[in-house]
Design a protein around this ligand. Structure first.
Ligand code: DOR
Length: 355
């Protein structure tokens, strides 16, 4: 898929990019991590592990245990893993101080209660967390936000816009120095909001490969395609275009976050299918393909670096080499004792990681 005027890069062309880091990854738990961690480790220098496990990672001891398990699951890989704690209405300020003693804990994940997978223990009213926000701001830690309301009367396609108007604007105004990631932004409203903030603002937006490559037709045209169902839900084409132009804008305000979110084949292909797209096996390659399609390969470096700068990740200038060469994504992949259907299953990828 090439934008008008964009030239396709020739087969066999090699490119070198700063080593990518994924600032939003669902590794899951138990036997599943022996599948998800090694796959991510082939692509990312650092990955930020999401805490919406069962039970959720709400305390420092739980984070220590989860971090240890994930690190052990790397096998021979050398990916670093950082964690966030799952924020609840009852999270204590003392927990923030305890978190700050561990370098691998970078902040909190704020799930509005009921917004997505395993978010029931999430936040019911953001004002209940003001003491915690204040301490996170003081300590320079990060608040990652699933930026959608979950109110039953709000249309699923409007959840992000309403969250911006009712929640994010208030938090940003009350905590102007708080480091915030609006995660997996999915609309031009998210892009415009972030771009509207002053240069002193410490708010960035993460963008997934699926939200810059697909619109809601992928999910709904020709029959329901459950493997494209994720939250935030894919939106109309104009939003996809806006996200792609944000990712390629070189503004430093948009960062890589794949939201790779595997579920078993059975739990996706169901009368009530789970939300989540598994892209951990091809996310970097998809970003490159999207940037190529937009004719903006020149902006890849800035996009990769923006997240590392925001999170303060130092990797000594490590690089990744990719080649324009096709390979086929398998129909299914191992997912612990189960199988997951990967994004682009059975399709050709256009870029391959060399090293
Ligand atoms: O925010 C999320 C959570 C994720 C999951 O399955 O954990 N799946 C999604 O589609 N969005």
């Amino acid at each position: 898929m090439l934008c008008p005027g964009a030239e396709s890069v020739e087969e066999g062309t090699k490119i070198t990019i700063p080593y990518p880091c994924d600032f939003h990854h669902h590794f899951r738990q138990g036997p599943a991590i022996s599948s998800t961690v090694p796959v991510a480790s082939e692509r990312f220098g650092t990955a930020l592990a999401m805490p919406n496990t069962k039970p959720p990672i709400t305390t420092v001891p739980l984070a220590l245990k989860y971090h240890e398990e994930l690190m052990a699951a790397r096998g021979g890989g050398d990916m670093d893993i950082v964690n966030v704690l799952y924020l609840t209405d009852n999270t204590k300020v003392e927990t923030v101080d305890e978190m700050a003693k561990h370098d691998f804990i970078v902040g909190f994940k704020y799930y509005p209660a009921g917004a997505t997978t395993n978010s029931d223990a999430g936040v019911t009213d953001f004002r209940k967390c003001y003491d915690v926000f204040k301490r996170v701001e003081e300590l320079g830690m990060v608040l990652c936000i699933h930026s959608e309301v979950s109110d039953a009367d709000i249309d699923i396609f409007d959840r992000e816009k309403v969250f911006i108007d009712r929640v994010i604007k208030v938090i940003v105004s009350d905590f102007p120095n708080l480091k915030i990631v609006m995660e997996h932004i999915s609309t031009s409203f998210g892009v415009d909001f972030i771009n509207s903030l002053p240069p002193t603002s410490r708010v960035v937006g993460s963008i997934t490969p699926h939200h810059i490559m697909y619109n809601r037709n992928a999910l709904l045209v020709g029959g329901v395609k459950p493997h494209f169902y994720c939250l935030p839900i894919l939106k109309r084409e104009s939003h996809r275009v806006s996200l792609l132009s944000a990712a390629t804008s070189r503004s430093g305000r948009f960062i890589m976050g794949t939201d790779s979110a595997p579920h078993t084949v059975e739990s996706k292909e169901s009368a009530c299918g789970c939300a989540g797209v598994f892209n951990g096996h091809c996310a970097v390659e998809m970003y490159v393909e999207a940037f190529e399609g937009a004719g903006r390969m020149d902006a890849l470096e800035d996009f990769v670096e923006a997240g590392k700068k925001f999170y303060g990740i130092e990797d000594g200038g490590r690089k990744m080499e990719l080649v324009k060469e096709t390979w086929e994504v398998p129909g299914t992949m191992e997912f612990g004792e189960n199988k997951v259907k990967p994004l682009r299953a059975g399709e050709k990828m256009l870029w391959k990681i060399v090293r």
